[in-house]
Design a protein around this ligand. Sequence first.
Ligand code: UDP
Length: 253
Amino acid sequence: MARRNKIYEGKAKILYEGPEPGTLVQYFKDDATAFNAAKKDVIEGKGVLNNRLSEFFMTGLNNIGVPTHFIKRLNMREQLVRACEIIPLEVIVRNYAAGSLSTRLGIEEGTPLPRPIVEYCYKDDKLGDPLVSEEHIAAFGWASQQDMDDIVSLALRVNDFMSGVMMAVGIRLVDFKIEIGRVYEGDFQRLVVADEISPDSCRLWDLKTGQKLDKDVFRRDLGSLTDAYTEVARRLGIMPEHGQGGAKPTLIN
Ligand code: UDP
């Protein structure tokens, strides 16, 4: 394959120039990072699993009319996506207390929340992605009031969809993070769900046992991350093309 133009390399993915204007190729790496990259490892097969899982969730969202950047999966580690301008916010939706919310407010992990709570963090690794309010977002012009209305509506629709899909396979969607992109269509712009949706960006607990099936397995050293993600993929009826979790993934040149 011809060498492509690398547009951006992040912690878990690489973006290359796409085959058509307005498209990008999103490559899923095996790198795992946590605590703002203070903890790092390479987990063989993770990229293959996340590529498949994100394809599954994004396709489902597209099918119910929630716009995403996802166009199609290209191979084991790559997908074709629409190029968009990423709004510099991590949009977090929580159904149960966990992680930083539990720490910040002293609420025991697993406590059901009275309603889904939407939070925003400003995307800046140097600052450790600090929590921000809608006041900050408006004052610093990161998103308009119309954008914020659309972002909340998208986030809650993703929450309903993901909660239902996971509940059907015996998994509780505790919380998740999405990123939102702006795409331009002629004189118009609209917001779409971008980046990825995978166990790297969600908290997923087995409904019966409470077993963690997400990146907390890596963050908290709870066992094999590939086994956890493979279990999610297995329950959803998605398996990588070449066996268990793509333990021997075909690398793309
Ligand atoms: N999350 C993420 N990327 C981040 C921060 C959080 O994908 O940079 C996800 C995380 O996996 C969890 C949710 O957002 O599903 C809420 O994370 P939290 O604020 O509790 O932060 P953490 O405990 O991960 O530091």
